[in-house]
Design a protein around this ligand. Structure first.
Ligand code: 13P
Length: 267
């Protein structure tokens, strides 16, 4: 694909490359990482893809200030949020707070939240609703476990998560959202999905979206692949017909590696 090209026949789906730092980097490390990223990225990279970074909440303000000063086209992202605006919800972060910080993308229902912290399709749908209500974009995560894959139930799992997590959203809202297909067996394992698996999973997401919200929404919605994405495999994955970007964990912690992932589609 040529730099700056958008996917989806006539739909203009721009690649979105997102770095999910998970619970890594304090605010000093965050500043150093983003400064290095700004040094490594330039107009050809920004033309080829939209870039977002999703640091821990405690880093958001420091990075917001850094990005405001330099005004680069890197979008600020969060990893999670609650659905209420305010109140007695100890430990939670409100979408209002994220919006005030200039956050554009918010991850909802990452598999680690689903497995370790009790997120369900229903709570993911409530988060997505709140994110959209505050003019931000949800990146809704879906993906099967290793056991489901071995039982041949990957597509069934992806389909039911997509359906449950989008419940209550309008076709227009779905069209502007992002879904990340992250097979759990590929996360943090170094076992990237094969291009065939990644394409099949992302296509299954789009097919289900078409049946819920119609073809127009399905052709506009961006689908990311996530799971052991590295500089060496990023371009091959993003060249796939239904892969509109990547959600990167481990490799996004290193500004040089993350910049190389973006550069891979700019060259
Ligand atoms: P890794 O890139 O470390 O496999 O993590 C993927 C992920 O979970 C991104 O959200």
């Amino acid at each position: 694909m040529s730099p700056g090209a958008a996917k989806g026949a006539g739909e203009g789906r721009r690649l979105l490359i997102s770095g999910n730092w998970k619970m890594n980097h304090d605010h000093f490390q965050a500043i150093a990482t983003v400064q290095r990223l700004l040094y490594r990225l330039g107009p050809p990279e920004y033309a080829a893809a939209e870039v977002s970074i999703h640091p821990p909440f405690t880093d958001l303000r420091s990075i917001q200030v850094l990005l405001e000063n330099d005004d680069p086209p890197i979008a600020l992202g969060a990893q999670h949020c609650y659905w209420e605006d305010s109140g007695a919800f100890t430990g939670e972060i409100s979408p209002v707070m994220l919006q005030k910080l200039g956050v554009r993308y918010v991850i909802a229902g990452h598999s680690e939240r689903r497995m370790l912290f009790g997120d369900t399709d229903e709570t993911v749908a409530r988060r997505a609703r709140a994110i959209l209500d505050h003019s931000m974009v949800p990146i809704i995560c879906v993906g099967e476990t290793e056991a489901e894959r071995e039982e041949g139930r990957s597509i069934e799992r992806i389909t039911s998560q997509v359906k449950g997590s989008l419940a209550g959203l309008s076709p227009e809202e779905i069209a502007g959202s992002v879904i990340a297909y992250e097979p759990i067996w590929a996360i943090g394992t170094g076992r990237t999905a094969t291009p065939e698996d990644a394409q099949e999973g992302c296509a299954a997401v789009r097919t289900e979206v078409a049946s819920i919200a119609g073809e127009t929404a399905a052709n506009s919605l961006r689908v990311q692949y996530g799971g052991s994405v590295k500089p060496a495999n990023a371009k091959e994955l993003m060249d796939l017909a239904d892969v509109d970007g990547v959600l990167v964990g481990g490799a996004s912690l290193d500004a040089d590696a993350f910049a190389e992932i973006v550069s891979a589609v700019a060259s």
